[in-house]
Design a binder for this molecule. Structure first.
Ligand code: ZN
Length: 253
């Protein structure tokens, strides 16, 4: 949250700045900013000292101005901005607290959970990188990137898998991490410029070896009897993901 008004308005948890309730006099949850402002205005007009105090502190004496105070609606209009601001800050603090908790949770996750997360990110990025690179080159016909870029044995395997799958995804969805290695190897001259573009020193063989290494960890992490993933492995996965992420970034970004 960076004070973005539109995303803020999508939040559903509105509270009164004075008494912290989130329901109106009928016991219904506030439907939005106007509802909270009307609640505060109503309380002020019945002489509630708590709400009057908050409003005169924050909004000022204008709330006692007869032209403002003449109806609950005009008074609510006057309060609206301050009510919004209060809820915006409250929501930002809440988001910050949630972020903190999530980050603390991630840090305490067991190594294999963290490894799993890195591998998922890595696979997604590498998958995109390979597809984008092939599609940039094989532009003749709809699926020439598939027929010309992907080795036949992998295409056959994917077709078989799709036949056995009730979901019947796009063929490329059935490739494995290790298939991506073969595809890059087969088309190295197409991938090589991307490595030069980001200025990495990693060689073709090192990169392909790193895919193997990630795949070994992947197999262990997915196995029901998990062996511990070491700190070195976690660091390796994270670094390798960062490299692939940079490779996969579209041009001019
Ligand atoms: Zn209230």
């Amino acid at each position: 949250m960076s004070g973005d008004y539109s995303s803020f308005l999508s939040i559903t948890d509105w509270r009164c700045p004075a008494c912290n309730t989130n329901t109106n006099s009928l016991g219904n949850t506030f439907s939005g900013l106007t509802a909270v402002a009307l609640h505060v205005a109503g309380k002020i007009r019945t002489g509630d000292s708590n709400h009057k105090q908050w409003a005169s502190n924050i909004v000022g004496i204008s709330i006692y101005d007869p032209t403002v105070n003449k109806s609950i609606n005009t008074l609510a209009d006057e309060l609206q901005q301050a009510v919004l601001e209060h809820n915006r800050i409250r929501h930002e603090q809440l988001s910050a607290k949630i972020r903190e908790l999530v980050e603390a949770q991630l840090a305490t996750d067991e190594p294999h959970v963290r490894a799993y997360r890195h591998i998922k990110q890595l696979e997604t990025s590498l998958h995109e990188f390979v597809q984008d690179t092939l599609q940039e080159t094989f532009v003749g016909g709809n699926d020439s990137w598939w027929t010309d870029g992907i080795p036949l044995d992998i295409r056959k395997k994917c077709a078989n898998r799709r036949e056995e799958d009730t979901h019947r995804e796009e063929l490329y969805m059935y490739t494995d991490l290790i298939d991506l290695k073969s595809i890059i190897e087969k088309n190295w001259k197409l991938f090589e410029p991307k490595f030069r573009r980001i200025g990495t020193k990693i060689s073709k063989n090192e990169f392909l070896h790193d895919i193997d290494k990630s795949n070994d960890t992947r197999r262990r992490v997915m196995h029901p009897i998990r062996k511990d993933v070491t700190t070195d492995e976690l660091t390796f996965l994270k670094d390798f993901y960062n490299l692939v992420y940079r490779l996969a970034l579209p041009r001019n970004k």
